[in-house]
Design a protein around this ligand. Structure first.
Ligand code: 4NP
Length: 166
Protein backbone atom coordinates (compact mmCIF):
# COMPACT_ATOMS: atom_id res chain seq x y z
CA UNK A 1 0.00 0.00 0.00
CA UNK A 2 1.09 3.58 -0.53
CA UNK A 3 1.28 6.71 1.55
CA UNK A 4 0.15 5.18 4.83
CA UNK A 5 -3.46 6.29 4.68
CA UNK A 6 -4.60 2.79 3.73
CA UNK A 7 -3.41 1.53 7.10
CA UNK A 8 -6.39 3.15 8.76
CA UNK A 9 -8.10 0.67 11.01
CA UNK A 10 -11.64 -0.32 10.12
CA UNK A 11 -13.64 -2.72 12.23
CA UNK A 12 -16.87 -4.56 11.43
CA UNK A 13 -18.63 -6.30 14.32
CA UNK A 14 -20.79 -9.26 13.32
CA UNK A 15 -23.50 -11.30 15.05
CA UNK A 16 -26.47 -13.27 13.75
CA UNK A 17 -29.27 -10.70 13.51
CA UNK A 18 -27.39 -7.37 13.82
CA UNK A 19 -30.01 -6.17 16.31
CA UNK A 20 -28.52 -7.15 19.69
CA UNK A 21 -24.83 -7.96 20.17
CA UNK A 22 -23.07 -6.36 17.21
CA UNK A 23 -24.94 -3.04 17.51
CA UNK A 24 -23.92 -2.91 21.19
CA UNK A 25 -20.33 -3.72 20.18
CA UNK A 26 -20.37 -1.02 17.49
CA UNK A 27 -21.60 1.60 19.96
CA UNK A 28 -19.25 0.55 22.77
CA UNK A 29 -16.24 0.34 20.45
CA UNK A 30 -16.83 3.86 19.09
CA UNK A 31 -16.54 5.19 22.62
CA UNK A 32 -13.59 2.95 23.57
CA UNK A 33 -11.69 3.99 20.41
CA UNK A 34 -12.43 7.67 20.88
CA UNK A 35 -11.35 7.53 24.51
CA UNK A 36 -7.96 6.19 23.39
CA UNK A 37 -7.49 8.48 20.41
CA UNK A 38 -7.77 5.54 18.02
CA UNK A 39 -9.08 6.71 14.63
CA UNK A 40 -11.13 3.83 13.30
CA UNK A 41 -14.04 3.29 10.97
CA UNK A 42 -16.70 1.20 12.74
CA UNK A 43 -19.78 -0.65 11.54
CA UNK A 44 -21.79 -3.78 12.31
CA UNK A 45 -23.65 -6.44 10.32
CA UNK A 46 -25.42 -9.78 10.71
CA UNK A 47 -24.76 -13.10 9.03
CA UNK A 48 -28.53 -13.58 8.69
CA UNK A 49 -31.10 -11.44 6.88
CA UNK A 50 -34.04 -11.71 9.31
CA UNK A 51 -33.89 -8.12 10.51
CA UNK A 52 -32.72 -6.06 7.52
CA UNK A 53 -33.47 -2.38 7.98
CA UNK A 54 -34.55 -2.74 11.60
CA UNK A 55 -33.20 -0.62 14.41
CA UNK A 56 -31.56 -2.44 17.32
CA UNK A 57 -33.69 -4.47 19.75
CA UNK A 58 -35.30 -2.10 22.30
CA UNK A 59 -33.56 -4.01 25.10
CA UNK A 60 -30.17 -3.39 23.49
CA UNK A 61 -30.99 0.30 23.04
CA UNK A 62 -32.03 0.51 26.71
CA UNK A 63 -28.91 -1.15 28.12
CA UNK A 64 -26.63 0.94 25.90
CA UNK A 65 -28.44 4.12 26.95
CA UNK A 66 -28.04 3.09 30.59
CA UNK A 67 -24.28 3.10 29.94
CA UNK A 68 -24.42 6.47 28.21
CA UNK A 69 -24.27 5.27 24.61
CA UNK A 70 -26.90 5.93 21.95
CA UNK A 71 -27.27 3.09 19.44
CA UNK A 72 -30.87 3.87 18.38
CA UNK A 73 -29.84 5.27 15.00
CA UNK A 74 -28.30 2.03 13.76
CA UNK A 75 -29.93 -0.03 11.01
CA UNK A 76 -29.48 -3.78 10.59
CA UNK A 77 -27.77 -5.04 7.45
CA UNK A 78 -26.32 -8.33 6.28
CA UNK A 79 -22.61 -8.99 5.72
CA UNK A 80 -21.69 -8.56 2.05
CA UNK A 81 -18.78 -9.50 -0.17
CA UNK A 82 -17.23 -6.02 -0.18
CA UNK A 83 -16.94 -6.08 3.61
CA UNK A 84 -14.13 -8.63 3.35
CA UNK A 85 -12.05 -6.06 1.42
CA UNK A 86 -13.26 -2.80 2.99
CA UNK A 87 -12.58 -3.69 6.62
CA UNK A 88 -9.22 -4.48 8.15
CA UNK A 89 -10.88 -6.53 10.93
CA UNK A 90 -14.18 -8.42 11.07
CA UNK A 91 -15.01 -9.48 14.59
CA UNK A 92 -17.60 -12.18 15.33
CA UNK A 93 -19.52 -12.56 18.58
CA UNK A 94 -19.65 -16.36 18.63
CA UNK A 95 -18.32 -19.44 16.87
CA UNK A 96 -21.37 -19.78 14.58
CA UNK A 97 -20.93 -16.16 13.43
CA UNK A 98 -17.26 -16.88 12.70
CA UNK A 99 -18.11 -20.02 10.72
CA UNK A 100 -20.75 -18.02 8.82
CA UNK A 101 -18.13 -15.43 7.96
CA UNK A 102 -15.62 -18.05 6.86
CA UNK A 103 -18.18 -19.63 4.55
CA UNK A 104 -18.92 -16.27 2.93
CA UNK A 105 -15.37 -14.91 2.76
CA UNK A 106 -13.93 -14.52 -0.75
CA UNK A 107 -10.69 -16.40 -1.19
CA UNK A 108 -8.70 -13.19 -1.60
CA UNK A 109 -10.53 -11.20 1.06
CA UNK A 110 -8.14 -9.05 3.07
CA UNK A 111 -10.02 -8.60 6.37
CA UNK A 112 -8.73 -10.46 9.40
CA UNK A 113 -11.43 -12.59 11.01
CA UNK A 114 -11.54 -13.07 14.77
CA UNK A 115 -13.86 -13.39 17.74
CA UNK A 116 -14.59 -10.54 20.15
CA UNK A 117 -13.13 -12.20 23.22
CA UNK A 118 -9.95 -13.29 21.42
CA UNK A 119 -8.41 -10.00 22.52
CA UNK A 120 -9.27 -10.57 26.18
CA UNK A 121 -6.51 -12.25 28.19
CA UNK A 122 -7.52 -15.83 29.03
CA UNK A 123 -10.81 -15.73 27.11
CA UNK A 124 -9.65 -16.50 23.59
CA UNK A 125 -12.31 -18.40 21.62
CA UNK A 126 -15.08 -17.76 24.14
CA UNK A 127 -18.45 -16.65 22.72
CA UNK A 128 -20.63 -13.69 23.64
CA UNK A 129 -23.88 -15.48 24.53
CA UNK A 130 -26.92 -14.41 22.52
CA UNK A 131 -29.24 -12.41 24.83
CA UNK A 132 -32.12 -12.39 22.31
CA UNK A 133 -34.20 -14.99 24.16
CA UNK A 134 -33.15 -13.69 27.57
CA UNK A 135 -34.31 -10.92 29.88
CA UNK A 136 -32.95 -7.48 30.76
CA UNK A 137 -30.33 -9.13 32.98
CA UNK A 138 -29.08 -11.12 29.98
CA UNK A 139 -28.70 -7.87 28.05
CA UNK A 140 -26.81 -6.27 30.94
CA UNK A 141 -24.53 -9.31 31.12
CA UNK A 142 -23.98 -9.19 27.36
CA UNK A 143 -23.16 -5.49 27.59
CA UNK A 144 -20.52 -6.12 30.25
CA UNK A 145 -18.84 -8.87 28.24
CA UNK A 146 -19.01 -6.87 25.03
CA UNK A 147 -17.55 -3.81 26.70
CA UNK A 148 -14.67 -5.89 27.99
CA UNK A 149 -14.09 -7.22 24.48
CA UNK A 150 -14.19 -3.89 22.67
CA UNK A 151 -11.86 -2.27 25.19
CA UNK A 152 -9.35 -5.08 24.64
CA UNK A 153 -9.67 -4.68 20.86
CA UNK A 154 -9.23 -0.91 21.09
CA UNK A 155 -6.01 -1.47 23.08
CA UNK A 156 -4.75 -4.08 20.63
CA UNK A 157 -5.53 -2.01 17.54
CA UNK A 158 -3.91 1.03 19.09
CA UNK A 159 -0.72 -0.99 19.58
CA UNK A 160 -0.88 -2.34 16.01
CA UNK A 161 -1.40 1.16 14.61
CA UNK A 162 1.54 2.46 16.63
CA UNK A 163 3.75 -0.33 15.27
CA UNK A 164 2.69 0.32 11.66
CA UNK A 165 3.46 4.01 12.03
CA UNK A 166 6.78 3.46 13.79
P1 4NP B 1 -28.04 -10.90 17.63
O1 4NP B 1 -29.31 -11.59 18.30
O2 4NP B 1 -27.43 -11.93 16.72
O3 4NP B 1 -27.18 -10.57 18.79
O4 4NP B 1 -28.55 -9.68 16.89
C1 4NP B 1 -30.32 -12.23 17.57
C2 4NP B 1 -31.30 -11.49 16.95
C3 4NP B 1 -32.32 -12.12 16.27
C4 4NP B 1 -32.32 -13.50 16.20
C5 4NP B 1 -31.33 -14.23 16.81
C6 4NP B 1 -30.32 -13.59 17.49
N1 4NP B 1 -33.36 -14.16 15.54
O5 4NP B 1 -33.38 -15.41 15.52
O6 4NP B 1 -34.24 -13.52 14.96
Amino acid sequence: MHGGIDHRTSVLFVCLGNICRSPMAEGAFRVAAQARGLAALVDSAGTASYHLGHEPDPRAITVARKHGIDIAGQTARQIERDDFYRFTHIIAMDRANLEGLRSKAPRDGTARLAMLLDAVEGRRGEPVADPYYGDAAAFEAAWQVINRGVEAWAERLLRETAQQNA
